[in-house]
Design a protein around this ligand. Structure first.
Ligand code: ATP
Ligand code: MG
Length: 263
């Protein structure tokens, strides 16, 4: 008899249901439902203060006071087994200024994959990560002597070290020139399409939204839309994602007003 029980449909990389986060006196994420599909680039976009970094911290498991359901790569967010499967780059690059690029990476590689036996593998991973972010010619420069864009690429290289399944990048292209931004987006696409990685990338530059497979548009702790750039433009009759976003904001404000007046 034929066996119809083929592989189960692949679960998303991130699945959130009623995700709520309280910071200090404020509820900064309000009952969010969303998924992040595997092997794709999902852009997290929205104005400053809308909750992008908070959402990312919840996904990587460093955010306190998270309620609701949040599953990451099949385990609850923050589960210890996820540590080596997720690469996270925070908004403020964290590298040691008094170490060279290669020494910085050697240090983090040793934490990730300790022991003498792993030395060759570490060397290979470090060399690959430096090449990925295009810093091979600067491998022996002190991190403290690099430009802002170069330093942020060292942070990105650290996140790439363990070839993580999920990369969470908080505004990785802020302050970079157009050429570097283009090169980094090329790398992000290579990571997704050739290495099968899942990328969750925040930005408040709307033109970067066009380069994502999917978008989560946020505003004031909520999700305005979870769709592809094409579908968003079509649905709102807009030429750009930026115009689509503004259309959705106006719609949300109008809906809020209606609620007020019918109360
Ligand atoms: N420790 C805290 N206590 C209270 N409120 C906080 C705290 N940290 C952040 N917030 C608030 O949470 C909200 C979301 O912040 P978050 O850093 O997630 O926004 P963001 O979308 O990443 O902004 P940006 O684009 O500026 O990085 C903001 O309104 C901020 O004021
Ligand atoms: Mg932020």
């Amino acid at each position: 008899m034929m066996n119809y029980s083929s592989r189960p449909p692949e679960e998303p990389a991130v699945h959130a249901q009623d995700l709520t986060v309280v910071r200090g006196p404020r509820t900064v994420l309000r009952g969010l439902d969303f998924t992040v599909p595997r092997g794709q680039i999902t852009g997290l976009l929205g104005p400053s203060g809308c909750g992008k970094s908070t959402l990312m911290r919840a996904v990587v498991g460093t955010q306190a006071k998270v309620t609701g359901t949040l599953d990451v790569l099949g385990s609850p967010a923050g589960h210890p087994t996820l540590r080596t499967r997720i690469g996270y780059v925070t908004q403020a690059p964290s590298v040691y200024d008094d170490l060279t690029v290669r020494q910085n990476l050697d240090y983090f590689a040793a934490i990730l994959d300790p022991g003498r036996a792993a030395a060759d593998r570490r060397h290979e991973n470090v060399t690959r990560a430096i090449a990925d972010v295009d810093l091979t010619t600067h491998a022996d420069a002190l991190a403290g002597n690099l430009s802002g864009g170069q330093r942020s690429r060292v942070s990105l290289a650290v996140a790439l070290l363990g070839a993580p399944e999920l990369l969470v990048l908080d505004e990785p292209t802020v302050g970079l020139d157009p050429v570097l931004r283009r090169d980094l987006w090329q790398l992000f696409h290579t990571l997704a399409t050739e290495r099968g990685a899942t990328l969750l990338i925040s930005s408040h530059v709307m033109d970067e939204a066009e380069r994502c497979h999917r978008l989560l548009l946020m505003r004031a702790g909520g999700i305005l839309a979870d769709d592809t750039p094409d579908a968003l433009r079509t649905r709102t009759g807009s030429d750009t994602v930026e115009a689509a976003f503004l259309h959705l904001v106006d719609e949300a404000i109008a809906a809020g007003r209606t609620k007020e007046t019918t109360r």
